[in-house]
Design a protein around this ligand. Structure first.
Ligand SMILES: *[C@@H]1O[C@H](CO)[C@@H](O)[C@H](O)[C@H]1NC(C)=O
Length: 285
């Protein structure tokens, strides 16, 4: 009997595979657990929309069902409209335990018409203190925008609508720990932080505007899923596994850092009178 040639991957087959990966990752019912806040976390529209609400009694939060070790995580978020002063919407990856790794986006609310602050941080081996803060070039309350974390062996890239805003490079070579062996879960929460969030705590949450609501759509985890001590990667991994900034990305990063960065720990000489932390001398930080 002659051997049959392997079946060709038809265009239709390829299309189905592709859409499978896209659609499977946008049903909140199967991708996340609402973890606290009771009825303040709601999934609707057939799993496509998730909303967290905050009132005087409590905020709310959710987490991904899976843990990941490397990947590209995307989420569309529409932040609390109107007067969101005092509220914080956090969206981050984190591992467990005292020497945990963490990659943070935190959105600090503001009074109507005043800008949100996008606060970022990176923890490695339980140590953070690597804050960078930005204004955005749009009003994040008006619409959904995509906030992404690309995490591979070379670097972590934070981006907003595909525009890189921050890069944390793997600098193990100069003794900076890099998140590389602890799987991380995605977490998000909406809570009251009016003791520090808005103008350093000056502006308090105005509870007459409660409930405050943050909305989520389009969660995508093109990532290596941690399962019984192993990292299983999706078939589309190639798209992000070796990705670093190209010259266009580097240019956009520069544009954001020049025009929208409002705080950079690397330039905080009051905080680091001995000179900035070691990783700051690497380009792009
Ligand atoms: C809120 O608005 C004030 C005034 O424009 C600004 O200084 C501050 O950075 C804004 N954001 C936060 C989160 O405080």
């Amino acid at each position: 009997m002659s051997k049959l040639p392997p079946p060709a991957l038809s265009a239709l087959h390829a299309f189905l595979l592709f859409t499978f990966f896209l659609t499977v990752s946008s049903d909140f019912t199967s991708d996340v657990d609402l973890t606290w806040g009771g009825q303040r976390g709601q999934i609707s529209d057939g799993g496509r929309l998730l909303q967290l609400s905050l009132d005087k009694a409590s905020g709310a939060g959710f987490q991904s069902k899976h843990e990941y070790l490397y990947g590209k995580i995307d989420m569309q978020i529409k932040l609390v409209p109107g007067n969101s002063a005092g509220t914080v919407t956090a969206y981050y990856l984190s591992s467990q335990g005292p020497t945990h790794d963490e990659i943070d986006f935190e959105f600090l609310g503001n009074e109507t018409g005043q800008p949100y602050i996008l606060h970022t941080n990176v923890f490695t081996q339980g140590k953070g203190n690597r804050e960078q803060q930005f204004y955005l070039w749009f009003d994040p309350r008006a619409d959904f925008h995509t906030y992404s974390i690309l995490w591979n062996q070379q670097q972590i890239i934070f981006s907003v609508d595909g525009t890189p805003i921050r890069v944390f490079r793997n600098a193990q070579g100069v003794g900076i720990p890099y998140p590389k062996d602890q799987p991380m879960r995605l977490y998000s929460s909406l809570w009251n932080a009016d003791d520090w969030a808005t103008r350093g705590g000056l502006i308090k949450t105005d509870w007459t505007h409660a409930p405050f609501i943050a909305s989520y759509r389009g969660f995508g985890a093109d990532a290596c899923v941690w399962s019984s001590g192993r990292s299983l990667c999706s078939a589309t991994k190639a798209r992000w596994w070796a990705q670093s900034l190209d010259s266009n990305g580097a240019q956009k990063l520069k544009w954001v850092q020049k025009n929208y960065m409002i705080y950079n720990y690397c330039r905080d000489t009051k905080r680091f009178p001995q000179g900035p932390p070691k990783e700051c001398s690497l380009s792009g930080i």
